[in-house]
Write a protein that binds this ligand. Sequence first.
Ligand SMILES: [Zn+2]
Length: 133
Amino acid sequence: MGIAPIADAHSAKWWEAAADGRLLLQRCNACGARQFYPRAHCTSCLAPDPAWVEASGTGTLHTFTVVRKTPNAAFADDCPYVFAIVELDEGPRVTTRIVDADPAVLRCDQPVRVVFPEIDGEPVLPCFTPEEA
Ligand SMILES: [Zn+2]
């Protein structure tokens, strides 16, 4: 699936959790706001060092598109794939992919849950799939 992620000082713990099949969010120690993607401060009140909390892994499909062609050779073998933004039940929105689903039946606001497809035997990138009806 495309290009291997590059972790930095703020995202390393998030990527480690993803490799363990866990989806993390940050929660501010001062105001309680939750956020994604990982940052060194709270985006609501600017307090430093938000805590890590495990996300429920459930949410709704906020928006999506089917990528049928890409100029980036690293993603060419993945086409077609569903690029999406999922709104987690906790509030933050996550840029992701929808997997194991026929794109023709996807609709905005439908319930989805996190899955961790393996690449070379390792879960790498949290993706989402429609909840069973
Ligand atoms: Zn805050």
